[in-house]
Design a binder for this molecule. Sequence first.
Ligand code: TXA
Ligand code: MG
Length: 355
Amino acid sequence: MNDNAADGVGAEIATAAAIDAAARILENGGLVAFPTETVYGLGADAENPLAVRTIYLAKGRPADHPLIVHLAAGADPGYWSSNVGALAEKLIAAFWPGPLTLILQRAKHVPDIVAGGQDTIGLRCPAHPVAQALLHKFKAGRGGLAAPSANLFGHVSPTTAGHVREEFHDAPLVQCVLEGGQSAIGIESTILDLSREKPMLLRPGGVSALQIAQLLGVMPGAPDAQAPRVPGALASHYAPRTPVVLAPGAGLAEWLNALVSSGRRVALMRHTLQHDADQAHTAHAFAFSITSMQMPAAPDAYAHALYAALRQLDRTKADVILVEALPDTDAWRAIHDRLARAACGSAERMSHLIR
Ligand code: TXA
Ligand code: MG
């Protein structure tokens, strides 16, 4: 396999035969990683508690963290939720298949372990054609696949099949990784909780709060103390091994100077173009201390590239990943959210460098 294929560029998409075989593995209680338009998922039969337990084992994820159940387009959400309701129906009609997960009351027959013991259930209908083909084959379209992102607990989510293999290279529990190229969106779905009085946005993502508000006529609220615990909402999550620092507004050059002058190797993620003067300065003084990655300037393209960039910069063995400050607008909200979580705890991890 060449590097491009490993990165999902020009990778071959799973064949019908591979998808068929994957559906059989799932029906027999095995685990299959599959592509979605957000990130790759690690799937198991949502109605098989032992299979779901295996997901937690493979990821090293605490078993009280609920999973999202993925459904085929056109499947009946009423099978999974005792109380779908008019708001959910409106959202489903507008945004499914797509990057929107709905938290609804859980139907009694849905195993406890899928929901991490909560009386609610997360439902999502992914838009990726391979995910849909798999969901239509699996139990003839009438089943659900419990699937968290296909990464070890707390680590960066995978956006290519190569990333999934990197995460689980020796893991005997992951029986198959379906190829689907690079995930188009690149960050996880929006999570909207409809199980309480007022819609609550638990995680920003590809469907924005504004789009939801326009459809429902009410702005979703921010999670409060009563909101369910969501591991994706843990302060630290989606983190590479290298500490991540978000440069404050205009302070990028100053941060670079300070870090490099104190002997640090810096992996820099910037999305604005470097000024010439800046560049000359960097080239002469810091050439050996800085690896610079040019990110796209538009938010959708930035999100698409984000996790692959973090993985790549992680491999440079830099002391710190320094991220240029992002615009403070709605379109960048989900990216802000993921980078803030990736940066969380980095100060402590860096303290040994700064001594
Ligand atoms: O885009 C995505 O959502 C990807 C792809 C694979 O579909 N999946 C994903 O799954 O990001 P995961 O497990 O990494 O994150 C799912 C989030 C978790 O933060 C989990 O706590 C939350 O969804 N969640 C699932 N069910 C829930 C429930 N019943 N109540 C509250 N939060 C729930
Ligand atoms: Mg995850």
